[in-house]
Unconditional design. Structure first.
Length: 377
């Protein structure tokens, strides 16, 4: 009887095991709706980036195809088995571009801002009082400071910057500090009053803007023109691209022979950067490096700039199910192809500042400004 009892128990366990196995098999055979929606969003994101992001064909041309496929396969595998959710999958995918190539490829989500962003950026506000504000002020008898913390056109406005330049030119100061710490960008047009001060030669190699000419990108700017017929950026892109069949359309020729009359001032210029100097703020740094002789101008900073200097004209789009917003640039500089560092490390300063961070960076002349002014004298 004991043997029969043991046999019956073993048989019951065996049957229970089969039922459990069938139940598990059935769970995995029927893919949950949430995973299907997540996979659909990931597929949409991949299609958007591969088809429309201006830097993508150049990144592939530079030999990163295998690395990209490995990254994409790994994320897809983890998402399809539920090991990660759609938020992490989208952030992981975009961060591959953000960290290696282009700070303009990003995700508008708390996860990306609070976790991924801080992997390669610095939260200065946690280190000292950090809230850069516009400043136009004499530092000492020979040096004037213009602090431009934004290129958005509101704080400061272009008119404010024009006035600040005039104040400098009438101040009797020979030297100029342009402080762009904390300036995460906006529009390159912001720099119109400053550019003539930094031009003294044409660069050895020319730069061209390339637009990724796809139906999605073009339709975006056509819609802008429909709503705002005077939008210059949209006109510029549509006029150059609508009749072309090229994937990357050369939009502008930046040949600058006799670009500006050479200004006698500043005799010496300093541009102050930090890791939050990005996009359009990086544009003035690149302009100065290309068009202004190093004996007249130097870039000062403790860290490199952000690493979004080669791309622009960004489009945001929500993913269909999760409604996560992702952003990518529609334009890329021809110099991106030539840069072995891929731009992700940002633009380095000419002079590394060894001073501690200032105690306060608001609407004041801080310790860095005073130290740089002393060096310019």
């Amino acid at each position: 009887m004991q043997f029969i009892f043991q046999y019956m128990e073993i048989r019951k366990l065996f049957i229970t095991s089969i039922i459990a196995t069938l139940a598990i098999t059935n769970v995995w055979a029927i893919e949950p709706d949430s995973i299907r929606r997540n996979m659909a969003d990931l597929d949409t994101l991949v299609q958007i980036v591969e088809t429309n992001y201006a830097g993508f064909p150049i990144i592939m041309q530079k030999g990163y195809g295998n690395d990209y496929q490995t990254m994409k396969t790994d994320i897809s595998s983890q998402l399809s088995t539920g090991r990660i959710g759609i938020q992490q999958a989208v952030c992981d995918y975009c961060y591959w571009f953000f960290s290696k190539f282009d700070g303009h490829v990003y995700v508008d989500s708390p996860l990306f801002r609070n976790s991924y962003f801080t992997r390669c950026h610095i939260r200065y506000a946690e280190l000292f009082e950090y809230d850069p504000q516009p400043v136009s002020s004499k530092v000492n008898d020979s040096t004037w400071l213009i602090r431009v913390p934004s290129c958005q056109g509101q704080n400061p406005t272009v008119e404010w910057l024009k006035d600040a330049v005039q104040q400098y030119l009438q101040s009797g100061c020979d030297n100029l500090i342009i402080d762009i710490r904390g300036n995460t960008g906006g529009s390159d047009a912001m720099w119109e009053p400053v550019v003539p001060l930094l031009f003294d030669h044409t660069p050895a190699s020319q730069e061209h803007t390339l637009f990724r000419n796809t139906p999605k990108n073009l339709s975006f700017y056509l819609q802008i023109l429909k709503d705002d017929p005077e939008n210059e950026v949209a006109k510029w892109l549509v006029d150059n691209s609508s009749k072309s069949e090229d994937e990357l359309v050369r939009i502008e020729d930046d040949e600058s022979e006799d670009f500006f009359p050479i200004s006698p001032l500043p005799k010496k210029a300093a541009i102050v950067i930090d890791k939050n100097t990005a996009s359009s703020a990086e544009s003035i740094v690149r302009f100065a490096k290309m068009y202004c002789d190093r004996t007249r101008k130097k870039v000062y900073g403790k860290e490199n700039t952000w690493g979004a200097q080669y791309s622009g004209n960004i489009i945001g789009t929500p993913l269909p199910n999760s409604q996560i917003w992702v952003y990518y640039p529609t334009c890329i500089s021809s110099l991106f192809l030539l840069d072995d560092s891929n731009g992700s490390a940002g633009l380095p300063p000419d002079v590394r500042i060894n001073l501690p961070y200032p105690k306060k960076l608001t609407d004041n002349c801080d310790e860095w400004v005073f130290g740089i002014a002393d060096q310019l004298q």
